[in-house]
Design a protein around this ligand. Sequence first.
Ligand code: FE2
Ligand code: FE2
Length: 269
Amino acid sequence: MLDAPATILFVGDLVGGIGRRTFLALLPGLRDQHHPTFVVVNGENAAGGLGITPRIADELFAAGVDAITLGNHAYHRSEIFGYLDEHDAILRPANYLASQPGHGVCVVERDGTRLGVVNLSGNVFVRAGRHAFAEIDAVLHDLRDRCDHVLVDFHAEATSEKVAMGWHLDGRVTAVVGTHTHVPTADFRVLPGGTAYISDVGMTGPRGGVIGVVKEQAIRSLATHMSVRFETSQEDPWLMGVLIRCSPQPRRADAIEQLLVPWDGAEAG
Ligand SMILES: [Fe+2]
Ligand SMILES: [Fe+2]
């Protein structure tokens, strides 16, 4: 049993500069309010809406982020390739090809608690070189003596695959949080075996767009079937995340709470 149960703040995909500014502006208040032991963010859209750069990753780590997860946009910016190999706490999905840059698992420690963080990609409607369910079983075997809690960011498109992964890992990890769709779901709960679960955390960025894109551009693309240049919307930025209260028992959660927080400082900032 652990003395002081940890709390994990997990924040959904930061989208562009507006998403980064929203996160960085709201983080101090969230720290004051919730006292998270760990802060983990998905950064796959942090650089102009697609990918992440070393400068942005450094900025997030400097703000106290413990780990950064990614997803299908991990390799959009080639300057991150070397950084992914050199830095432990930035993850691309564990079930990508071994030949692809980076790694998918890390262990971070705060206040005497060791948190294993796993980034995993779905196989339905997204490309991943290896199978998610087989990969996570191998990862958990490898992590068995190395951490007190485990957080899995399951970056996947299909809610059916995400729900199945939640059940597959119930009672084996502290939390399974879904990312990628940028739309938060209302199904957050602690499953019967003690694993906190949500199908999608949502994104941190412009709610006034279409999953991050300027809405008029997305509508024009869908309406005309012609090539349209996409830019990141700046309208109505929100932080979307979850707060997971870990149990004193290893790899179990007591509660999961959804955080949907508007940021009204965009004009001023
Ligand atoms: Fe994303
Ligand atoms: Fe994605």
